[in-house]
Design a protein around this ligand. Structure first.
Ligand code: 13P
Ligand code: SF4
Length: 321
């Protein structure tokens, strides 16, 4: 039986953490949902690993008493919006996202006043307050399809300017009004170094997440969400891939496509680990254990924001089937 009365300072030895987390899944009736950008030891303990859309769908349908969200704050918040009666814990509450930070709700609300007739489509990488101001949420896996389903109506897209530019190109729309946010991780890839890498591995396919800049995306053979990139590597008859997204996804790719050559796309600064998301990496095995043991930190959302944010997320889910 696991005691829940120990103080947060009393950590078990590191080699016991995994078995204690597995035990806590039972005693707490908890489900661990993890994003591909989490540390490999966390991914290996998860009940489900997915992209933002699949994680939201799992959060909505689970009967667990506790959702342990191994990802970043906006993902855990989305889980809570979709499943408000369930306790949602995040190992580190500071696990944010540069895209969500780039779009403060008060500025966004003020800016939207200029576009009263526009349909507001927001990327899921934003706060609950920004979701509450939106008409439809999208993820990288359904953004193009959702914009196509909107037809000719005028659109505001926030907060990712690079995903926005990708959508505009895919839908032949040059009239989409864009918020100018970006992801610090996907902006680190260097075109020059990518081309050097391609020279070294000439047969490798370049695959990229749509949060990358145009100078990276224009060289990509395939552009998709994290799950889309994983499936491409698994299903492709090619042997080698240069992967322009957060390097955490290589763990799952190596497990699911063990015989393929997987090359992380190089960041501008070859001495940095800037292709790792600093927010995702705040979650550790220790913090995962503690958040399950102590049922904290939990995600709490103002009930008005919760119900307003639910609507555009539900619209997205309906438009994604
Ligand atoms: P996916 O929805 O493609 O997993 O992307 C989430 C994300 O934060 C990418 O940086
Ligand atoms: Fe946000 Fe970028 Fe990290 Fe994804 S990789 S969570 S978009 S900062």
């Amino acid at each position: 039986m696991i005691s829940t009365s120990t103080t947060p300072l009393e950590l078990p030895p590191p080699d016991e953490l995994e078995s204690l987390i597995i035990e806590l899944k039972q005693t707490r009736n908890a489900v661990i949902l993890a994003h591909y950008y989490q540390e490999s030891d966390i991914q290996d303990l998860a009940d489900f690993i997915g992209d933002s859309l699949a994680l939201a769908q799992q959060a909505k349908q689970t009967n667990a008493d506790m959702i342990v969200f191994c990802g970043v704050h906006f993902m855990a918040e989305t889980a809570k919006i979709l499943n408000p009666k369930t306790t949602v814990v995040l190992p580190d509450l500071n696990a944010g996202c540069s895209l969500a930070d780039a779009c403060p709700a008060d500025l966004f609300a003020h800016w939207l006043k200029k576009y009263p007739d526009h349909t507001v489509i927001s990327y899921i990488n934003c706060s609950a307050e920004v979701k509450a101001l939106s008409d439809i949420i999208c993820t990288s896996s359904n953004a193009v399809s959702i914009v196509k389903q909107i037809g000719d109506k005028p659109i505001v897209f926030a907060p990712d300017k690079h995903l926005g530019a990708f959508i505009a190109k895919q839908t032949n729309r040059d009239d989409i009004v864009m918020w100018q946010g970006s992801c610090i991780v996907h902006e680190t890839f260097s075109e020059k170094r990518l081309l050097q890498c391609k020279t070294k591995y000439p047969t490798a396919k370049i695959i990229a997440h749509p949060e990358c800049q145009q100078q990276i995306l224009r060289h990509a053979d395939y552009i998709a969400s994290t799950t889309g990139l994983l499936n491409y590597v698994k299903e492709s008859t090619e042997d080698a891939f240069i992967i322009a997204t957060e390097a955490g996804i290589l763990h799952k790719m190596r497990q699911e496509a063990p015989n393929k050559t997987l090359i992380p796309a190089p960041p501008e600064d070859e001495t940095c680990a800037c292709n790792l998301c600093p927010y995702m990496r705040l979650n550790t095995l220790e913090k995962l254990y503690l958040c399950m043991r102590d049922a904290t930190p939990q995600i709490h959302i103002n009930p008005d924001i919760q119900s307003q944010a639910l609507l555009p997320i539900e619209r997205m889910l309906e438009m994604s089937v």
